[in-house]
Ligand binder design. Sequence first.
Ligand code: FES
Length: 191
Amino acid sequence: MLEGNDGNSPGAPPATSRDVSLSSPDRRSFLGVLLAVGTASVAALLSVPLFRFVLHPLLRSTTPLSWAEVGSVDELAAAASPIKKLITVEQRDGWRKIVSEKAVYVIKQANGQLTVLSSICPHLGCSAAWHSENNEFLCPCHGGRFGADGKLLGGPPPRGMDRLETKVEDGTLKVHYQYFRQLVPDKEVIA
Ligand code: FES
């Protein structure tokens, strides 16, 4: 017999008006939608940093060239004339890591400070090389000539050899390799 019951399962207590309200289909679907919206919002917020991390290399196509080690300051400072050094620089292009070797010259100025010169001729980009017999840098392409300090001595280059930014860390000279615009009288960074 279902006597004394509101029509629910046999033996269960009769449902109150509050129970009926909470378990109504409309109420349940509203709470479900609210929960889904809240979950989606939190997930979207949490995913922003992740997407930025993942897309960063694609959004920033090419990174600046890295700092590169040139050598021991003590050893470089002991040299009497410009020393050629091959440095290894890294750059990121999207997801690709580009590693390349660049030739630079380390010179010692009159005050003993070390300076690093790019070997790329500012005329049309050939490689200038130190010639100890002439005590100057010569560019083989069009006869550009530079002094031991990199200053222009003659030929078609519009300026002297380009100096690169340097720093010393733990006794090691480091250089920030960059490319400069050619055929202009003033040094201008292009990459
Ligand atoms: S590229 Fe060096 S002088 Fe022309």
